[in-house]
Write a protein that binds this ligand. Sequence first.
Ligand code: SF4
Ligand code: ZN
Length: 303
Amino acid sequence: MVFQKHSSKLLCRGCFADDVRLRIYNEVHKYSMFGSGEKLLLAISGGKDSFVLFDVILKIHEPSKLGVITVLEGIEGYNRDEDVRWVIESSKELGIDCIRTSFKEVVGYSLKDLVARSGRSELNVSPCTFCGMIRRKIINKFARELGYDKVLTAHNLDDESQTAFINILRGDLSRLLQSHPKGPKLSELFIRRVKPLRKVYEWECALYAYLNGFKFQEVECPYITDRPTLRAKIREYLYKLESIRPGTLLKFLNSVDDLIIKYFSTSDNLPHLPTCSYCGEPTAYDRTICKTCELLIKVGVVL
Ligand code: SF4
Ligand code: ZN
C-alpha cells in the first residue's frame, strides 16, 4: 500500500499508478499541451522521471508520432551510455525514432572539458549553467530541424516549484511566464517545451518507476554540489514546508498557475526575441550574442 501524504489517501499499487497517470493526463488536457496529431520529441536523460514520461506518454500517443532525444553531457560516471540503453532499445522495438547525441558531438567538448576550461580561464561558471543552456539549445535545434511540434521534458513537481519560487524571489516575471505551460512563445525558432509531470512529486515518480520494474542505477551528478546555492536552499526550504504541511508544493504551483492565467493572459503581445549573431538562435532582448556563445567564446571554444 502507498500512503499519499498530500491527499491523505492510502492506495494499492494499481490505484497509485492510475492516480499518477490520471494527474499527468489532467495536466496535459488542462493546458492543451499537445494534440493527437502532433509530433512530439521526448527529452530523455535515462533516470526515473524519464522512465515515467516515456511510459505514460506511450499510453496516450501514437508511437509513429513520437521521437526521443537523449543528450550525453559528458560528466564522468553520470548519464552514461548504459543509463540510456533502455530507452534506445525500447524505442527501436516500438519503431520510435531515437536521437542519441552529446555535447562533444555538437559543441566539440564534453561538459567535463568545458568545466576544466572554465576553471583555467578563471571564469568560474557553474557546470549547471553550461549544462542547462547547452542541453536546451541542442534539443530545441534537433526538434526544429526534424519537424517536431513540441518537446516534452520530464521535470517533476519538485523541480517546477523550485523554479517558480526562484523566479518570484528574483522578480524575474519574464521567466516565470515562460515556464508556464501557456507562457508566451517569444520566437518562431523555439519549439514549445511542455512538462507533463509538473504536478507529480519526485517521490511519486521514483515509486512509479520502481513499481513498473525500472532498474534504478540512480547516481547523483557529481556537480550537484555546485548547483546555484539559491536553488539548493530553496529546495531544502520547500521540503521542510512540505514535511510540515503535506501538499504545499502542489498548492503553491497550482496557485502560481492560476495567478498567471488570471492576470497575464496578454503576455503574447511581447515582442519577439532577437537572434544571436554567432549561432542564429534566439537570445535575450538586450543581447546581440547569446549567453551560451558568450561563455563558450570566453572559455576558448571557437564557434
Ligand atoms: Fe547538469 Fe548540473 Fe544537473 Fe549535473 S546537476 S546534470 S551539471 S544541470
Ligand atoms: Zn549564440
